[in-house]
Design a protein. Structure first.
Length: 77
């Protein structure tokens, strides 16, 4: 059977061969959160509040964002 490729809305706007990116903003402090949440914030590469990082849009990054939706925002590109 033929394999189907999932497409995201940004697939048509980027050149072929470049991976999809996701922009994430760290907007709430992780001070009073569990240690696991703090490790996820660090793992995403955040070092300060209101910082915006750009990561490859894959399942592992999406899972990390899903674990801390109360601390981060996904920004539209």
């Amino acid at each position: 059977m033929a394999e189907t490729k999932k497409t995201t809305p940004s697939d048509s706007n980027r050149p072929s061969g470049t991976p999809a990116k996701i922009r994430i903003q760290y907007y709430r402090s992780a001070i009073s959160t569990p240690v696991k949440h703090k490790l996820v914030v660090k793992g995403l590469g955040f070092t300060r509040l209101n910082q915006i990082v750009e990561r490859v849009d894959n399942n592992s990054v999406r899972g990390m964002v899903k674990a801390i939706p109360h601390l981060v925002r996904i920004l539209e590109s």
